[in-house]
Design a protein around this ligand. Structure first.
Ligand code: SF4
Ligand code: SF4
Length: 110
């Protein structure tokens, strides 16, 4: 599986934070911060938009490294991704992603 497929199955390579970081693109940082602020109803500043991917080495967006319950659960269970987990179908933790993104489930199939 590509290292840029995150623990939950989302493709970090398509994420605004990842693209802005790789290209050092401040306009995209601004746009991504605005979208994520609206989506989460919580202020996210453009200077916080730096991430090289959930499972890749390097800098991470603080939510993904410190707060994401899916990533924590995957690490605590010693898995690479939720795709390794026998409890994935019906899992309440990863459901918030998989309900809205069939592609994430497909990505976890490798
Ligand atoms: S880990 Fe980083 S690149 Fe992946 S979804 Fe989260 S913010 Fe985006
Ligand atoms: S319990 Fe859920 S969040 Fe945790 S590894 Fe399994 S599928 Fe992922």
């Amino acid at each position: 599986m590509r290292v840029l497929i995150g623990c939950c199955g989302l493709d970090c390579e398509q994420c605004g934070a990842y693209i802005a970081t790789k290209n050092d693109d401040d306009a995209l940082r601004e746009k991504t911060a605005k979208e994520w602020t609206e989506m989460n109803n919580h202020l996210i500043k453009p200077e916080w938009i730096n991430c090289e991917g959930c499972r890749a080495d390097g800098i991470k967006f603080h939510y993904c490294s410190e707060m994401c319950e899916i990533r924590k659960c995957v690490h605590n269970k010693g898995f690479e991704t939720c795709g390794d987990c026998p409890e994935m179908v019906g899992c309440e933790t990863v459901k918030m992603i998989h309900e809205h993104c069939d592609e994430a489930i497909d990505n976890l199939k490798g």
